[in-house]
Design a protein around this ligand. Sequence first.
Ligand code: SF4
Ligand code: SF4
Length: 402
Amino acid sequence: MKKHKIDPDRCIACTACVAQCPVTKATQHFRGPKMVGPALERMRLSEEDVEPTLDYCSNCKNCDMACPSGVPISTLNMLARAKYYKNHKHSMRDDMLAHGERMGKLAKALPAGAFFANLGMNIGRNLGVLRMVGISDKRPLPSYATESFHKQFKKIRQQIFPNKVVFYPGCFVNFNDPKVGLDFLAVMQKNQYEVIVEEEFVCCGSPLLVNGYLDEVEQNARKNTQLIKKWVDKGYKVITCCTSCGLMLKQEYQELFEIDGVKENAKSIYDASEFLMQLYDEGKLNINFGRLQEKYLYHAPCHLRAQGFGLPAMDLLKDVAGVNIENADAGCCGVSGNYGFKADKYDTAMAIGGKLFGTIKESGVRTVVSECGTCRMQINHGASVDTVHPLTILRNVYEAKK
Ligand code: SF4
Ligand code: SF4
């Protein structure tokens, strides 16, 4: 059953959300979070109201972080979008972008499926097919890994330890960037933890939500919640390296649905760096680090900041592991999941990321560190630098010479 209606009357019309909305700053097409969220929600409570600029909200959550009244504005927007799609057909573009897991499974199931999927995307771009369906051809799409994380994980012989954690890889790590999962595994082994991978986990639902597939999000939320509860009841912590997955599992499921166990589960779900910092605070982290010579910038994804537990990757890398890294502190990168991959949102996404790209270029670093896979792609595209996950740097510093 869907959760209670969120009360728009908590809004005191202060406009703090408008000042912090990156899309409002980047384009005049969007009427802004106050109007599109709580103001129009009052109308939606009484009549069918279709707000054409609702489509511009990227679900980046900067409005929610700014709101002094605790209005979950972005969730109001996503619920309104889902309501719109109850009576309107989705485009082929939104269907494709929402269902990355379906594509990833297909690429994994067919012989050389990843190769042909990547080839197909490149040919599609060159022939203008992507543009025809509404996907930007100005940027690369995420490519599929030859072997999924699940497949590679099965071949690895871990050292067995009494301490164990359950890993939630998420679609991007599983299908597109398995190295992040392997780096997480290596770091946990360095800390005498064994990693369990629950293969029944499904997509957290983040790409489905932003494209208005709320019923499918709920199905996935119920399945993941049941599986996580099984592990939590046995005393395990569940860890993710993806900040959008973490936000869904811990926070958005609670805002969107009434599901037994979801609130209790949230207390045992951790971001990887958050978990490692907790080990450090308890004096249990392996601090036998080497030294890295390179200088890095860190970009905090909006979906990490929205979780409100600080910047644990910065604490871990800079203060604990002694890595030469500074926080770029230049706001949203603009991509917001699959938003910046849409042809009609590309310019907005790139305008939003402009401040961050400028900061990176000025710093002269060759590599930027960030948890979110699509933030990394956006930074790579907009600032022409390499990008890596913080756990990759942490693994490197464990393996570096002193
Ligand atoms: S979620 Fe982001 S884009 Fe949407 S209204 Fe809030 S700040 Fe603006
Ligand atoms: S920040 Fe919150 S209270 Fe202020 S206008 Fe936006 S929704 Fe309303």
